[in-house]
Ligand binder design. Structure first.
Ligand code: 4NP
Length: 149
């Protein structure tokens, strides 16, 4: 099973989610691969935002070596499930889908009873905004993995 988590910049939410998911997968010895991407090309090749790196580190997860990349249509072929962090990301991913099979791979990362919600974008706020988002991503990651089992 191959998962892709997608946000706008691929430097805050999706790299934190990638780090959390990797940790859960390792701890539970699961056969799941994870990657992340951004719908934009704003931060291609960059490491995650320093606030995201510091927050993940605080909770024992090292995401400092990850690099931003942009989502491409080829990702529909490489991944089984593609998770959007918010409605805008969801729309942008769906707009690149080539067919029904592609569209059926797209989910909300924050999904409750088949309803999608936005994971708040911490980028525009201060450092203190990152911990609540990290905590939310932890809960949602547990849920995502549980749903796959
Ligand atoms: P992310 O946060 O989508 O969670 O990585 C953002 C990062 C960069 C920008 C917006 C959101 N930006 O506009 O550059």
């Amino acid at each position: 099973m191959k998962l892709l988590v997608v946000c706008l910049g691929n430097i805050c939410r999706s790299p934190m989610a990638e780090g959390i998911l990797r940790k859960i997968i390792t701890e539970q010895n699961l056969n799941i691969e994870v990657d992340s991407a951004g719908t934009s090309d704003y931060h291609v090749g960059e490491h995650p935002d320093n606030r995201a790196i510091a927050t993940a580190k605080k909770f024992g997860i090292d995401i400092s070596s990850l690099r931003g990349r942009q989502f491409t249509t080829g990702d529909f072929d490489r991944f089984d499930r593609i998770y959007a962090m918010d409605r805008e990301n969801y729309k942008n991913i769906i707009s690149l889908a080539r067919n029904t099979e592609d569209r059926e791979k797209v989910f909300y990362f924050y999904n409750v009873n088949n309803e999608g919600f936005d994971v708040p974008d911490p980028w525009f706020g201060g450092h203190e905004g990152f911990t609540p988002v990290f905590k939310l991503l932890e809960n949602l990651s547990e849920q995502v993995i549980q749903d796959l089992k």
